[in-house]
Ligand binder design. Structure first.
Ligand code: SF4
Length: 420
């Protein structure tokens, strides 16, 4: 078992932060720390994993698990669900603080930190559709990746910001695509027919999915910037829409930053309900360094301007942006002080919120295949303050974040706070 990180008071960093922030749910703090420090599983925990009930195979743009049918099942794909019904997506990470270990103690599946038993935890059950195939013979788990209540679809698995090496420095999409294409012949794009059939099968299961999320890499080609990317999303969204009798269906598109006339077309020609375009870093100088491709093609200010324009088309509460929380402290050009990083990020989030755009954060995990692999992430307390700050900004501006809440996404500690 790993040793937990002891602070001066003798408490683990996690216990100390929970004690210091009594107004923040310990489960929200735990989620952030699980994502920050990473998780591994003991052999005993594996006894709780049942391939008939839990997810064995999954394919997404950033990670794939169990691609080969003869591969020994691992628990890596089986997501954790906490007592409050929120989910955790995390895996092993390189860090000096040690990984949390999911273990089996007295017949219960628990999260442990050294000798400290932190929380009982469960594995969520896989949906029925993942064992089916499309009429073209494709396994449906390769077409859509499930979360407990959300269906994730990645129409395009490569990002052209990497063509000249200018992808975002925290992102491993190119590394993952090339690895999976070579090893498992993963296609670069999905066929709309496969997507439509997979969605039809998935939503047939009662009480399971409440939202469909689409995202993928950026495509520059076409008559104007991102034109072919827009056409692909329209084609896929129209195919998904065949399964609904209503004009709009519960959905979120996370895409490149489309121009207002492109967004108007997206809204008119499809049933998509909400729109997200991730600015990743809420500071122009750090954005320029961390996201050089986005800087060269569009620039920070235009990315922001287009988000605000999107509110006029989709409406308040239906447009947001994602940031990779903590990446603004990366070395050597990130903020050296967590206080400065937090102040700069929240100032920009407030500016966006005042114009109707909500900001949600995920927890930066320096992943293999990214430029920032092996970097050190900020403290747990930083994430608690960031989550509180973003949640408070939304409350100050009367902004609802249900489009990205704990049920639909579950990957944002700040939007977990918004349910309370
Ligand atoms: S835009 Fe950046 S974060 Fe998004 S897929 Fe491309 S390189 Fe990765």
């Amino acid at each position: 078992m790993t040793q937990s990180v002891q602070t001066k008071s003798g408490l683990s960093a996690y216990r100390e932060v929970v004690a210091k922030y009594p107004d923040v749910s310990p489960l929200v703090i735990l989620k952030a720390d699980l994502q920050r420090r990473g998780v591994t599983y003991s052999q005993a925990a594996f006894g709780h994993f049942d391939p008939a009930r839990h997810l064995v195979q999954a394919r997404s743009i950033f990670v794939s698990v169990g691609e080969k049918p003869d591969e020994t099942p691992t628990m890596a794909s089986a997501g954790l669900i906490l007592r409050d019904g929120t989910t955790v997506i995390s895996g092993p990470r390189l860090n000096t603080e040690g990984l949390f270990v999911v273990d089996s103690i007295d017949g219960k599946l628990v999260i442990t930190d050294g000798d400290d038993i932190i929380e009982e935890v469960d594995l969520w059950e896989k949906p029925d559709y993942v064992s089916k195939t499309t009429s073209s013979g494709k396994p449906m788990w390769q077409i859509a990746t499930p979360r407990p209540q959300r269906l994730d679809i990645n129409p395009y698995s490569y990002c052209h910001f990497w063509d000249d090496g200018h992808g975002c420095k925290f992102c491993n999409i190119s590394w993952n695509y090339h690895k999976e294409h070579k090893a498992n012949n993963k296609p670069i794009r999905l066929d709309p027919r496969d997507v439509s059939e997979t969605v039809a099968e998935a939503i047939r299961q009662p009480g399971r999915f409440t939202n469909i999320m689409l995202t993928g890499g950026s495509i520059f080609s076409g008559d104007e910037l991102f034109a072919d990317e827009l056409d692909l999303y329209i084609e896929i969204l129209q195919a998904i829409g065949e399964n609904f009798s209503t004009r709009r269906f519960p959905s979120q598109l996370i895409s490149s930053s489309f121009a207002p006339h492109q967004l108007a077309r997206l809204y008119e020609e499809t049933g998509v309900l909400t729109y997200t375009s991730d600015i990743e870093v809420l500071n122009e100088e750090k954005f320029n360094w961390i996201c050089p491709g986005k800087t060269a093609k569009l620039g920070y200010r235009e990315w922001k301007r287009r988000l605000v324009e999107a509110v006029g088309i989709f409406g308040r509460g239906r447009v947001n942006t994602g940031i990779v929380g903590g990446v603004e402290t990366a070395t050597p050009h990130g903020f050296a002080s967590e206080d400065d990083a937090l102040a700069a990020t929240l100032e920009e989030a407030d500016d966006l919120a005042s114009q109707g755009v909500s900001t949600v954060h995920c927890v930066w995990g320096p992943t293999p295949g990214s430029v920032f692999f092996k970097q050190k992430v900020p403290s747990l307390e930083y994430y608690v303050r960031l989550s509180q700050g973003l949640d408070q900004i939304r409350r100050n501006h009367g902004l609802n974040v249900d489009m990205d809440n704990y049920r639909l996404c579950g990957n944002h500690p700040d939007s977990d706070l918004s349910r309370i």
